[in-house]
Design a protein around this ligand. Structure first.
Ligand SMILES: [Zn+2]
Length: 316
């Protein structure tokens, strides 16, 4: 059994996982803008509560797995760079924390990579050897597996920067330094800019809302709101281009879509599928597009698979 922790932008999810089975799970608000170190004390308490609930104890655990956004050095078990969230987590010694607090070994991975591992080992893409994942949440996270190996690259950033492939060279300046990144054009935080630029904005039902979510745009488009329809068309075009970029970069047999946006999958999948198969250069056939089976669980299950594998980043 391992303890798995997923530091998401909105929630911190904690699970006890044994050989791909979720034994117990809990979550707490992350308050990620306030940093990570302050939340660790609460995380520690939650872990003990979870163990108690499961009539288990620390000696029954073989390790702790952590998933976070950002660029993660899986060898030195630290975070190299992170965009906005958990700013104080960069450079934090997670291995020392796990050793001193629980006397357990620790593995750490980027959250989109952990999600992909979960989907490939236990979820919708079970058995796939070549797969990419895009998760549409606050930001847009991606990851890639080639020939059965999750790819990390020389500086641990291979596969995970699909949200920062540009889909518009004249587009918005992104936090990462690039221009027109998929995330800057069509990520959650870009929605308000996209709507406010529309000439019909003041007549739109969207002008009456505060912070906009994907669901608001889809709802407005469904209500035949002119700004809603146009902005959704633009978003779908960017999301499609983002998926095609991942296909052209990593040659997958399956594309897994995940994140909050997939709550509206019934309004989006047909359009995404049509665009992607029209735009991608895949002379061998069509890439399968699937929605993650259980996004809440896949990151935690993926972390557990790291402990069963020699490909866990501990040897670079
Ligand atoms: Zn960017």
């Amino acid at each position: 059994m391992i303890i798995a922790i997923d530091f998401g932008g909105t929630n911190i999810k904690i699970g006890l996982v044994d050989e791909g089975k979720m034994l117990a799970q809990t979550h707490l608000p992350s308050y990620s803008e306030r940093g990570l170190r302050a939340r660790l004390v609460v995380v520690e308490q939650e872990i003990y509560t979870l163990l108690q609930r499961q009539n288990a104890a620390l000696p029954g655990c073989s390790g702790i797995g952590i998933a976070t956004p950002g660029i993660v050095d899986t060898t030195r078990r630290t975070i190299l760079s992170i965009n906005n969230k958990y700013a104080d987590a960069v450079g934090f010694d997670f291995e020392k924390w796990a050793q001193e607090t629980f006397a357990l070994p620790l593995l750490i991975e980027n959250d989109a990579r952990a999600a992909l591992l979960g989907e490939v080992h236990y979820g919708i893409a079970r058995g796939a050897k070549d797969a990419v994942l895009l998760t549409f949440g606050t930001g847009i996270g991606t990851s890639a597996m080639m020939n059965g190996q999750v790819i990390r690259g020389k500086h641990f950033q291979a596969g995970i920067l699909g949200g920062h492939f540009s889909t518009d060279i004249n587009g918005n300046v992104c936090n990462c330094g690039n221009k027109g990144c998929l995330e800057a054009q069509a990520g959650h935080w870009a929605l308000s800019y996209a709507v406010k630029r529309h000439p019909d904005y003041l007549h739109s039902e969207l002008s009456k809302l505060g912070i906009l979510g994907y669901g608001d745009i889809i709802h407005a488009a469904h209500n035949k709101d002119v700004a809603g329809i146009d902005v959704l068309d633009e978003l779908v075009a960017h999301w499609s281009a983002g998926i095609v970029n991942m296909i052209h970069a990593y040659d997958p047999e399956i594309v897994i879509l995940s994140g909050g946006l997939m709550k509206s999958q019934q309004f989006l999948l047909a359009a995404l599928y049509d665009n992607v198969n029209r735009m991608s250069w895949t002379p061998w056939g069509e890439v399968e597009i699937a929605v993650a089976s259980d996004p809440d669980a896949s990151v935690l299950l993926g972390l557990s698979s790291l402990f069963d594998s020699t490909d866990n980043g501990s040897v670079h």
